[in-house]
Design a protein around this ligand. Structure first.
Ligand code: NAD
Length: 369
């Protein structure tokens, strides 16, 4: 079969190249054992790009990103580049690519694998079986609103200003993303706002209700953000898809992530708007950073990145069967007791990054046998 899907891998820095190498093996496995082949390219981003070209997001990487069907990123950053000017820091490469591709929807699943249910700081019965999806608006809201800044007043005091704005089209597109996702899940969306205080989110709530009429099979509820923070730790399993503004999503998605207890297990996706040909820009990445403290030791957990690849198959290519298979393989590996150091417990078998990748491939082999 011809290579038909253009996949750009951006390993980046620290443990990024180590975890991307394990995904590369899964991609190769799919080419050999499944009906989907990828035209895979690798590009430079972050500190690795600074070292090679002087810039964290070289033009070549950006044009390869615009030309690909999906991008999978490892991680960027590290102390080596910490003293560079702000606009040349590795993280600017990642922010730049998100901006250039117009990635307005950030998807952060919080999924607890049974074998890791006791890794959470919450009681096991609260998190066992947890499967929620936080959809955060990523390009609008108070992080980007104008006016903004710090003013020196004539009376010698200072005033800090940030502005929370959303337009109805911005609410509609993030709302549709959430409802679309809910249709593939348990068909429930909870929209989080602060409509008792902020007019912008009164409008957000009203526009969400309008969009709901396009999705009659999906149930919509609303919750104030302060209550949502409580409910996420009290009874997180009440949620299916949660949709919210940029700042609320920033905070709540980190809170939800910690319900699962392990940074090395968390995938994410950032999606843009489809062009007339139907191609939708999309960047997938683990939630964790470049982990300079363990880079080069072969002990990083590659599962967050492998799970990011399964999200890529599901959301960019609609290959649910293969995405399910990868998730099942990860589950089986965990059930078998294999653990990288970050999720290690007594009585389990400690494995390296490469051994964990190898174990996932073996499980995949068994699943297609
Ligand atoms: P981090 O996520 O890199 O590491 C936090 C802790 O978790 C470390 O102890 C690390 O060893 C551990 N850890 C993270 N991922 C792991 C994995 N896959 N397996 C095992 N252990 C893992 O966060 P940090 O230390 O705050 O940041 C380090 C660098 O990464 C900084 O330069 C930061 O700017 C950057 N960063 C990048 C991204 C990104 O590329 N999206 C995200 C967050 C941080």
């Amino acid at each position: 079969m011809a290579a038909n899907k253009k996949l750009l891998l951006l390993p980046g820095d620290g443990i990024g190249p180590e975890v991307i190498a394990e995904v590369r093996r899964v991609v190769d496995w799919m080419g050999q054992r499944r009906s989907v082949r990828f035209d895979v390219k690798e590009g430079l981003i972050g500190g690795a790009a600074i070292d090679a070209t002087g810039h964290p997001l070289p033009d070549e990487t950006l044009s390869a990103a615009k030309n690909s069907d999906a991008i999978l990123l490892g991680a960027v950053g590290g102390p080596k580049w910490g003293s560079l000017p702000f606009n040349l820091q590795p993280e600017r490469g990642l922010l730049g690519i998100r901006k250039e591709l117009g990635l307005f929807a950030n998807l952060r699943p919080a999924l607890v694998f049974d074998a890791l249910a006791n890794a959470s700081t919450l009681k096991e019965e609260v998190v066992r079986g947890l499967d929620i999806m936080i959809v955060r608006e990523l390009t609008g809201g108070i992080y980007f609103g104008e006016p903004r800044g710090i003013e020196d007043k004539p009376d010698g005091t200072r005033k800090g200003v940030n502005t929370l704005t959303y337009t109805s089209p911005e609410v509609h597109r993030i709302g549709r993303t959430a409802f679309d996702l809910a249709q593939k899940r348990k068909k429930r969306v909870c929209s989080i706002d602060k409509a008792n205080v902020l007019e912008t989110t009164v409008m957000w709530r009203e526009e969400m209700e309008l969009i709901k009429s396009e999705f009659p099979d999906v149930e919509l509820s609303h919750m104030y953000v302060d209550n949502a923070a409580m409910q996420l730790v009290r009874n997180p399993k009440q949620f299916d898809v949660v949709v919210t503004t940029n700042m609320f999503g920033d905070i709540l998605s980190d809170c939800a992530a910690m319900l699962t207890g392990s940074l090395g297990m968390l995938p994410s996706a950032s999606l843009g708007e489809a062009d007339p040909s139907g191609r939708c820009p999309a960047l997938y990445e683990p939630v964790h950073g470049s982990a300079p403290d363990i880079a080069g030791q072969g002990i990083a957990n590659p599962l967050a990145t492998i799970l990011s690849f399964s999200m890529l198959l599901r959301y960019s290519f609609d290959i649910d069967e293969d995405a399910d298979m990868i998730e099942q393989a990860v589950k089986n590996v965990l059930d078998s007791g294999m653990r990288t150091e970050d999720i290690m417990e007594t009585g389990r078998t400690k494995v390296s990054t490469g051994e964990m990748g190898e174990a996932v491939l073996k499980e995949l082999d068994k699943l297609v046998a």
